[in-house]
Ligand binder design. Structure first.
Ligand SMILES: O=C(O)CCC(=O)C(=O)O
Ligand SMILES: [Fe+2]
Length: 273
């Protein structure tokens, strides 16, 4: 792999802890991202073609998303989610075993004992609208009034195109990850769209950026008014106690390609035919 840019990981850790997300620009070669996008868009088109307007899940190659598809289809038009198959070119060790990212997560959690627990994607197409302001994990519901200092689960995300306001870049309200007020939990959208929250910002990202999302930090998808979809892939990393509903599936052939560290991180995968 090409030399990795030099990051001040202590500073990046502080950014994640304070802001509830952190970006690593130029971490992945643009050619790798382009290769993934070329293979990904036809799969996404399959999801789009087979999606129905009832908000039901779409089965594509055995991969469905039980929450986000339903949410996206019911509330918002032209926004698709899809599990990403654990196969080439998507399962790229330059990304899921990126040494900078693993070093970063090792430091954050103080252990290398964590798992890759899902691989999915968020894809607003032209015509998509604002999502409701939300968080992706009901952690504050598990522990009302307590904002956990250490988040047990992160999405490591990378856009397959440059993102900007016109093509629906991700919007985030930094530093909300510790908010744990059960009364606010069900009305973030009402509150945030009415009140004055000047710190909201758009994550306009260059291809090759890998970024870490604390799923508790408030955020929303935004309208894509460009002429192309804005795909973004997400690999989830979780501490061992944080269970996901469905394991990652892969063939024995893909499993055999994994490094020792890869096998440790994917020890909960399911081998399929
Ligand atoms: O990728 C986006 O634009 C936002 C997607 C999102 O936050 C979600 O579907 O939970
Ligand atoms: Fe979300």
């Amino acid at each position: 792999m090409a030399a990795q840019p030099d990051y001040d990981l202590d500073l990046k850790l502080a950014e994640l802890k304070i802001n509830g997300y952190v970006t690593f620009e130029n971490l992945i070669p643009v050619e790798t991202i382009d290769r993934i996008r070329e293979a990904f868009l036809p799969l996404l088109e399959e999801v789009k073609t087979h999606s129905n307007t009832q908000g039901e899940d779409v089965e594509v190659r055995g991969h469905t998303d039980d929450r986000l598809v339903v949410e996206g289809r019911l509330q918002i038009v032209n926004r698709y989610t899809m599990y990403v198959p654990w196969e080439q070119p998507f399962a790229d060790p330059q990304i899921f075993e990126n040494p900078v990212m693993l070093d970063f997560l090792d430091r954050y959690w103080g252990t290398s004992d964590y798992h890759i627990t899902c691989y999915h994607s968020n894809n607003p197409y032209p015509g998509s609208e604002y999502q409701r302001w939300h968080r992706d994990a009901g952690i504050s519901k598990l522990v009302p009034h307590v904002g956990l200092e250490v988040c047990p689960h992160f999405g490591i995300k990378f856009p397959l195109v440059d993102t900007y306001e016109e093509n629906g870049s991700f919007e985030i309200l930094p530093a909300t990850q510790y908010l744990a007020d059960p009364e606010l939990e069900n009305c973030y959208d009402e509150v945030l769209t009415k009140g004055d929250f000047p710190t909201a910002r758009r994550l306009n990202l260059k291809k090759g950026t890998l970024w870490v999302q604390d799923p508790r930090t408030l955020h929303r998808g935004t309208p894509n008014r460009a002429d192309h979809p804005r795909p973004e892939l997400v690999i989830c990393y979780s501490l061992p106690w944080f269970a996901m509903r469905k394991p990652i599936e892969m063939t024995q052939m893909e499993y055999d390609k994994l490094s020792e560290r890869g096998r440790e991180m994917l020890s909960r995968c399911e081998i399929v035919e």
